[in-house]
Design a protein around this ligand. Sequence first.
Ligand code: NAD
Length: 256
Amino acid sequence: MTEIAVTGAAGRMGREVLAAAADRDDIAVAFAVNRSPVAEPISGVDVDSTDDFADLLADHEPDVVVDFTGPESALRYADACADHGVALVTGTTGFDDDGLEALHAASESTAVLKASNFSRGVAALRLAVREATAALPDADIELTETHHNAKRDAPSGTAKTLLDDIEGVRNDLNERVHGREGDAPRSADEIGVHARRAGDIAGEHEVLLGGSNETLSLTHRAGDRSIFAEGALDAAAWLAGREPGWYDFFEVIDDA
Ligand code: NAD
């Protein structure tokens, strides 16, 4: 049994994590916190104030904190986890370079697993994109991501991960062009990146590889957010008890 604490409990993902945890017998929720007060329990769990986070960690000693919030708060939670030796699974996106560095610093004191996407389908998409990019070395590549209208960061963390994957294979592609307007001919060394925001879309990512007389399109669509919650809980169960360090969601999948 893995004991978790959930941050951002009243957010879209926090609610999904609590609902998924309630249905699993390998996960127990030690406590949950949210920035603003929550009167009613969520999936049977009382939600405390974020202000008490360090005290709650000390009192409950969970195995893992599962965090889907924002980059500033995630870093505060990471510091507290490092101080208390509690492992951290974070799906939060939108970290800048300093934020990523701070998260890595926390992993010197505790186990940290960060993933921009906890869907197994997206993990498969990443592998397929790397293969297709290698197989079509002259293709023009464009990436389009689509999310709900309340998403803050753009392009999505998953889009950035896919771009890193593509650039890891094609080192001639060294410019990310975010949308186009006016006189904007395409150059051979760019990847076009397009972010759409509409309605309540959980997340779509398409990588388009265009060559002469043929195109290949690789697309993932998240049906709902439960896939991210399940993946994060799988990661939490896997991470519990591990040594301090930086871990990857592919390691969780490979061990499944
Ligand atoms: P949301 O806005 O619905 O919820 C965010 C939660 O974090 C809220 O409870 C909010 O109160 C809390 N929060 C935000 N800033 C805070 C702060 N400064 N201090 C304390 N609490 C704070 O957002 P969401 O859709 O649940 O997404 C949360 C994060 O998870 C985003 O970064 C999103 O991109 C990411 N996400 C990742 C995955 C994945 O698989 N890795 C999937 C979906 C969303």
